[in-house]
Design a binder for this molecule. Structure first.
Ligand code: BG6
Length: 516
């Protein structure tokens, strides 16, 4: 397809970032998988981009016994494995900011030692303004850690908060249903105010996801047509080629609805469909997102099979490689019904979207990694070119490509050169990497910086978590009681008949999953 690249002036893309103030970062689960895969790399990148304050330290806390030196080795290895170019000078200075303390999360003495250690570091690194507690631990530990922080006077006490902002970062999943999310929130609320709680949804840190707001509200031409009069439907896809791998212990109790849909997918839907916020303030944006989530039509249990499809991968091939089925993965319960794929048709009952279907799907062990939000506009009302055989006009399609490459494209029709009236579909294509000539930052990098800066815009507020659990509660219950259909699909599939039926019964088609 023909490609059009926009021209970007250099001065347009110079946009200075605000560096973090002096900060102490206390990470629980510091020797764990998430810290190794994402956190070290992201914090190191902030450091190399001069976005960390000189007075920054990271105190890792975990059950594994490690010395500061061993922890630094672990960090070094993880940064090296996940980054391209690293100068050893940068690395050495960075590593000196890392410290470690081990203990049991339910042992009060651990927190006393932590307090002493953090106190010493606060003195060494002058003027610390923020203390961030980052919970990179399994969710069942959240309440214990929050309680212990309180008892050790590391969080809510007047002394802890003297001259410091105390913040709590919590990874998803936030609860596993409405009741548990409410309980967890109440529990945390005894010690932390909503303004101190940063619930991470790393999809909100992805550039293209953030770009949805800029695209919609910084351009005049799209917003007037961003509604039921011009948009036929919207598709949101998160397709992953990886299976559950070593995470089956967690995943088998969770499934795609809790793992991806309740958070990443509904947050993307909210950004794509919400009303214009009154300002770019965190709460204005979060107010609009929650209004949108509350406007999604409640799920009718009687028609659940028509609007939600769940499935599990069976053995198959991904890129010519034989892949085992979900039930054969280690730590998956025998006869597990846990879904690794969900597709849904949702409607938003408000003035803007009444009658416009939103088709969402996410799955593991699919054909390829491909994440996108696709807006299908309506077809022209009448074809002027019917007499020359062009009675069906393809609609304009706008794509926010989030993964594997971040970008955007808009398709439209144009005349092919020549004496005959021939039409061709052109794609205006913009790829972030090619245009801005930079490596796209890791989503966590942005989120960690925002947290140190005290900007909650890209973190989910509790009412939004609550609204999404509320919406999905009937589905969770029906699936748990096994009152709804469940299917299988061979690993490496692009789709399967029941997922296709969900959209094809409306006379529409899923967009092809692009191969990375
Ligand atoms: C996580 C899920 O939140 O997102 C994982 O728990 C999933 O199951 C991951 O693989 C996908 O993230 P990304 O950024 O690779 O699309």
């Amino acid at each position: 397809m023909p490609q059009i690249q926009p021209t970007i002036n250099k001065q347009d893309i110079v946009c200075a970032e605000t560096p973090a103030p002096p900060c102490g970062f206390v990470v629980f689960g510091a020797s764990g998988d998430l810290v190794r895969r994402k956190l070290f790399k992201s914090i190191f990148q902030l450091y190399t981009q001069n976005l960390l304050n000189d007075n920054f330290y990271l105190l890792g806390c975990g059950r594994t016994k490690l010395s500061d030196e061993q922890f630094r080795e672990l960090a070094k290895e993880s940064v090296r494995n996940n980054s391209d170019f690293i100068s050893s000078q940068d690395m050495n200075v960075f590593l000196e900011k890392l410290y470690y303390i081990d203990g049991n999360y339910d042992d009060a003495d651990f927190y006393q030692r932590m307090r002493k250690r953090a106190g010493g570091l606060n003195k060494k690194y002058k003027g610390i303004e923020n203390i961030v507690f980052y919970l990179a631990v399994p969710p069942f530990l959240y309440a214990t850690i929050v309680d212990q922080l309180k008892h050790a006077q590391l969080s809510c006490s007047a002394e802890a908060q003297k001259n410091k902002n105390i913040r709590l970062v919590i990874e998803k999943p936030f609860g596993h249903d409405l009741k548990s999310a409410t309980q967890l929130n109440e529990h945390i609320g005894h010690c932390f105010d909503e303004s101190q709680i940063y619930r991470i949804d790393h999809y909100l840190g992805k550039e293209t996801v953030q770009n949805i707001l800029m695209f919609r509200f910084a351009n005049l031409i799209f917003e007037p047509i961003w509604n039921r009069n011009y948009i036929d439907h919207i598709q949101i896809t998160i397709s992953e080629s990886i299976g559950v791998g070593h995470r089956a212990n967690y995943y088998d109790k969770s499934g795609a609805l809790r793992d991806m849909f309740q958070n990443h997918m509904l947050q993307m839907l909210a950004l794509a469909a919400m009303e214009p916020p009154v300002s770019f303030e965190a709460d204005s944006i979060r107010d609009e997102k929650v209004k949108l989530l509350k406007a999604i039509r409640p799920v009718d249990i009687k028609t659940i099979n028509d609007n939600f499809v769940r499935a599990q991968y069976s053995p198959g091939k991904i890129k010519a490689e034989q892949v085992k089925g979900y039930l054969d993965e280690k730590s998956v319960a025998e006869n597990s019904k846990t879904e690794t794929f969900v597709a849904a048709r949702l409607f938003i009952d408000n003035w803007r979207w009444k009658g416009v279907p939103f088709y969402l799907r996410t799955g593991k062990a699919m054909k390829a990694k491909d994440t996108e939000i696709v807006v299908y506009f309506k077809s022209v009302p009448h074809s002027l070119f019917a007499s020359v055989g062009l009675d069906e006009m393809p609609p304009n399609v706008l794509v926010f490509q989030i993964q594997p490459e971040e970008g955007m494209s808009l398709s439209f029709q144009a005349k092919r050169p020549g004496s005959k009236i021939c039409m061709t579909t052109l794609d205006m294509n913009f790829n972030y990497k090619n245009v801005f000539l930079i490596e796209m930052p890791e989503a966590y990098q942005r989120l960690l910086l925002d947290c140190m800066l005290g900007d909650q815009t890209l973190f989910t507020r509790y009412d939004s978590v609550e609204a999404s659990w509320k919406l999905l509660e009937p589905v969770l219950q029906a699936w748990q009681k096994d009152e709804a259909a469940s299917y299988t699909y061979p690993a490496g599939s692009e789709s399967f008949p029941q997922a296709d039926d969900l959209i094809e019964s409306d006379g529409r088609k899923w967009r092809n999953i692009s191969v990375d």
